[in-house]
Structures are given as C-alpha cells and as structure tokens.
Design a protein around this ligand. Structure first.
Ligand code: TTP
Ligand code: MG
Ligand code: MG
Length: 404
C-alpha cells in the first residue's frame, strides 16, 4: 500500500486466471496478393500504386517480408519505397477482398470463442478462458487457430498467448512471421523487464523520447519509477503504465457490436426562427457526426435529418446514397438539402438532428494512416525467406507451456 496525500493505492496484483490470445496476420495485404498470384511468391511485394503511375503520390499500405529487407514499410511514400526497392512489385490494394478474408479469419475464431475484440482489419483479441472446444490450454487453442488459418486460408498469422490483453498483444509481435509466443504469469515480469520501452504498446515515439531523456530504455528502467513519478511524468497514462510494467491489465475483452448508426441532435430554447441559424447548427452537427464516424473508422450511405417544431411536430427525412460518406461537408450537403426540402423555419425549430446510418468500415485507403497513429511498425526479430508450403511455425522454445 502506498499513500500520496489523502489517496492510497494498493500495488497492482497479477490476475492470471484468464487466457487471452492476440492474433495478427503476417504482412496481411501483401500475403493475400502472394497467395492469389503465385508469381509474386518469394518476391518483394509492395501494396501501393506504382509511383510512376501516380506521380509518386501514393503511400505504402504494407510490404511483404521480402520487401521489408530493403527497408520498405507501411506508411512510407511509394516514391521512397521505389527508391529502396526498384525491383519491387507494386500492387494497388483490393480492399473488398481483404475485408472478406478478414471475415473468414473471424469465422475461424468463432469456432473457439464468441468473446472477440477486433482491433483492426487483421488482428483481434480473443478470450479463450472458456473455449467452445473445451481445450484446457490456451496454447493449444492458439496452435489450432494458427493451423486452421494456414490450411484453410493459406495465410500465416502470429499469435501471442497470455493472461491479459496488453501482454498478448506484445507477445504476438515478438516473433513474426508465423510465430507463437507464450507468456505465462510467471514469465511476464522478466519479459516486460527486458522489453525496450518503445515496444510497449501505446508508447508513441514522443513518449519514448521523453522516457529516453529520463534514462528509461527498458521495462526494468520504467519499473524504478514510483507511482507518483509515473503520474507526474505521464499523466493519467502513467497510472496504466505503472500497472502494465508490473504485468497487470484487468481490462476485459470487449465484444464490439457493429454500430448501425451514428447521430447527434440538439434542442433549442428559444426556438430558432432564422434560416442562417438552422444552417449553422446543421453544419456543427454534421461536423460532430463526421468526427464520431472517423473516430470509429466508419462511413455510411444513409443521411437522416430530424426536426421538431415549436408545436412538437417531429419530422424525419432521409436520403440514401450510392457511396458511403463520412466527411463533414458531404453530410452537411445532404442534411441541408433535406432541410431545404422539408423544413419550415417559420414554425420555429426546437430540435435538430443528423444521423448517418447503413454504416460500414472505412477501407484502409492509403490516406487513412491516422487509423494507425499509435501502431508503429517495427522490424521483426525473426525473418524467414521461406514462403514455401512446408514451413513450420516459429515456436517459442524457452516456454514453460504445460499450464497455459
Ligand atoms: P499490420 O498488422 O500493422 O501489418 P501487416 O499485417 O502488413 O504486417 P505484420 O506482419 O507486421 O503484422 O496491418 C495490417 C494491414 O493493415 C496491412 O497488411 C495493411 C494495412 N495497413 C495500412 O493500410 N496502412 C498502415 O499504415 C498499416 C500499419 C497497415
Ligand atoms: Mg499484421
Ligand atoms: Mg495488425
């Protein structure tokens, strides 16, 4: 127990009762292209439009492990990738296909558990404490999932097996590609202590620099900070860091339901009686719906406007679009259009709302790199040239796997 002012904290305690997997596909988009185009196998494949076609404007979504050897990586400009690897095969992405494969991977997870938290198109956290196959060890669930993905989808993934989300995510990245890393509660502390601080998930480049300035390079260094120092240096995130470096992360695996719509509304008193006011509010509502959509990585094909007049008559009108939208200006355009057609400012406006529905995930277009802000790429500690059919997963040999 520690005391700071009037607050006292118990030191965090490891709860090793859960079995959590983090599954991340290897070089996801590039591997799918190599699978579907045998002539690309064993070659450097770069998912980006060829800079010559595109006056060098594109950005790399991802690159095959062969291309990574040349230093090509996600978020790099296609022009830079071309400079590093002119023999690279540039392929523009087929996002529909990648989404479909993502669903097929999800269906394999579903055989084992319904507690699935997707983190992106190619990765998810699974709680397999109680799994549908009744397998006692999480590592066996992980092996079966890895094998099923390999045999049925001809793709490889890397899996982290542990007792919480934070460590499982770090573990899946530890040996890539086709790796499996098991971190039992007993191994967690030494694993976290030796880990470079920039590998801690959520520690962005800027925090890493700050840590280096404080002489913190590894988990062991971070652990020397007291809880109040952690809070002092890193704010609220410091508290989480203090727990994480001690192997504690009690966040549950959240099954995310697919959001069907995102909407915002506002009520007014006094009521609005001027077109200009209504337009200004619609503009603000459109901006906040747009922000919420972008935060969730979603866009939608139906725009609905709701308005209620001074006498409490409520009208909702909607417009269906061919292509999904998420930009503020687009949402405003359709909302204002509906208002022009059906609204009447003379009756007084006591409520205005905009909803965008029929939502789908925004595809991973090159421009959407902000989705990955805190998800840095790093060179894999294990590299294999071999993409042949008989490859064996990288096994984590120093484990004490029996009980996990
Ligand atoms: P990642 O899992 O980050 O990368 P990866 O699967 O290509 O490679 P790794 O083996 O290291 O896991 O991202 C999954 C997919 O998301 C990736 O194949 C392409 C896409 N993506 C982008 O479009 N832009 C990006 O900046 C990143 C990081 C990924
Ligand atoms: Mg991946
Ligand atoms: Mg990923």
């Amino acid at each position: 127990m520690r005391t700071i002012g009037i607050l006292s904290f118990d030191d965090p305690v490891i709860d090793g009762s859960r079995k959590i997997l983090h599954v991340d596909m290897d070089a996801f988009f590039a591997s799918i292209e190599q699978r579907d185009n045998p002539e690309y196998r064993g070659k450097p494949v770069i998912i980006a439009r060829h800079p010559k076609e595109n006056s060098g404007k594109g950005v790399v979504s991802t690159a095959s492990y062969e291309a990574r050897k040349f230093g090509v990586h996600s978020a790099m400009s296609a022009a830079e990738a071309y400079r590093l690897c002119p023999q690279g095969i540039f392929v523009s992405g087929n996002y529909e296909k990648y989404r479909e494969v993502s669903q097929q991977v999800r269906a394999i997870f579903k055989r084992y558990t319904d507690i699935i938290e997707p983190l992106s198109i190619d990765e998810a956290i699974l709680d397999v404490t109680e799994n549908k196959m009744g397998l006692p060890y999480a590592m066996d669930v992980a092996k079966e999932i890895q094998t099923a993905i390999y045999k049925e989808l001809n793709l490889t993934c890397s899996i982290g097996v542990s007792y919480n989300k934070f460590i499982a995510k770090l573990a899946s990245d530890y040996q890539k590609p086709f790796g499996m890393t098991i971190i039992t509660p007993k191994r967690a502390i030494p694993f976290l202590e030796q880990l470079p601080i920039e590998d801690y998930y959520g520690v962005g480049t800027r925090s890493a620099e700050k840590m280096h300035d404080l002489g913190i390079y590894t988990g062991a260094d971070l652990k020397k900070l007291s809880q109040d120092e952690c809070i002092q240096y890193f704010g609220k995130a410091g508290l989480a860091l203090y727990e994480r470096v001690r192997g504690v992360d009690n966040r549950p695996v959240k099954v995310s339901r697919v959001r069907k719509s995102i909407g915002k509304e506002r009520t007014f008193y006094p009521f609005l009686y001027h077109e200009g006011e209504v337009e200004e509010i619609l503009r603000k509502l459109a901006a906040s719906v747009s922000k919420a959509l972008k935060d969730k990585g979603m866009h939608g094909k139906v725009v609905t406007v709701k308005f209620r007049d001074a006498d409490f008559n409520t009208v909702t009108r909607q417009r269906s679009l061919v292509d999904p939208i998420e930009d503020s200006a687009d949402i405003y355009f359709y909302a204002a259009d509906l208002w022009q057609e059906y609204g009447d400012v003379a009756k007084g406006v006591r409520l205005l709302g905009i909803t965008v529905s029929d939502l789908t995930e925004i595809t991973f277009e090159n421009i959407r790199l902000n989705l990955y802000e805190d998800q840095k790429m790093k060179d894999s500690p294990v590299t294999t040239d071999d993409q042949s059919d008989d490859q064996e997963p990288n096994q984590d040999n120093q484990t004490e796997p029996e009980a996990f």
